[in-house]
Design a binder for this molecule. Structure first.
Ligand SMILES: Cc1cc2nc3c(=O)[nH]c(=O)nc-3n(C[C@H](O)[C@H](O)[C@H](O)COP(=O)(O)O)c2cc1C
Length: 201
């Protein structure tokens, strides 16, 4: 199945871009970092939920919204009519102190309430990470850097190896947790920090 992904979707902040903090106009990037130019060229700070409506109007492809980290945005995404949401902090590379995706996954899953599938990415490095995500309600996981590392090390075979390794590790983790099928990876297979704190109250 083909999907359309929207990245960096967010409610437009009151201050467009970094207005008032630094002047983007007067920065000379000739010899320095091209970061400012890159941000200006690649990101549109005027993006808003209306753009989802627009995208829906020009394609019949299912639209998965990536970058959801809160219940509020998850609900808005469902209202906007997306076919799925992807809990992602873009690999933790965009905003310092953005929450780890595994820590907000359950909040998003609860907010979506089964209306659309929830996927997650960020920090999936081993089979037990996949198991944790599935137990917390993700329909599936996505993997970024591990596959790139495999690709860098051994080309296509390396990328394939990483995916096979994750698959084998997931099967082993399932066996060790007594799960005979994906359906048996239920919420009670994992304990979160929140569970631990609640159990002390
Ligand atoms: C070098 C690099 C570039 C990326 N560029 C984008 C991007 O342009 N848009 C986007 O939504 N995510 C981007 N991401 C984030 C990935 O799509 C993905 O969410 C993330 O890598 C998943 O986390 P992981 O690498 O820990 O598996 C990038 C990640 C890396 C490592």
């Amino acid at each position: 199945m083909r999907f359309v992904f929207i990245s960096y979707m967010m409610v437009a902040p009151a201050k467009p871009n970094l207005e008032g903090l630094i002047s983007l106009e007067n920065l000379d990037t000739t010899d320095g970092s091209q970061l400012v130019k890159y941000v200006r060229d690649t990101m549109d700070p005027s993006l808003s939920w209306k753009d989802v409506e627009w995208l829906k109007s020009i394609t019949s492809l299912p639209i998965l919204l990536k970058g959801i980290l809160t219940a509020e945005d998850a609900r808005k995404a469902v209202e906007a009519g997306v076919a799925g949401v992807i809990v992602s902090n873009h690999g933790g590379r965009q905003l310092d102190y953005a929450p780890a995706t595994i820590s907000v996954l359950e909040e998003v899953v609860k907010a979506v309430a089964g209306a659309v599938p929830v996927l997650v990415d960020g920090g999936i490095r081993r089979g037990t990470d996949v198991l944790k995500a599935l137990a917390l309600g993700a329909r599936g996981v996505m993997v970024g850097r591990p596959v790139m590392y495999g690709l860098a090390a051994r080309g296509e075979a390396g990328a394939k190896h990483v995916i096979e390794m994750l698959n084998r590790e997931l099967e082993l983790a399932m066996a060790l947790c007594g799960c005979r099928s994906l359906a048996e990876i239920t919420r009670d297979r994992v304990q979160t920090e929140g569970d631990r704190i609640r159990s002390l109250l």
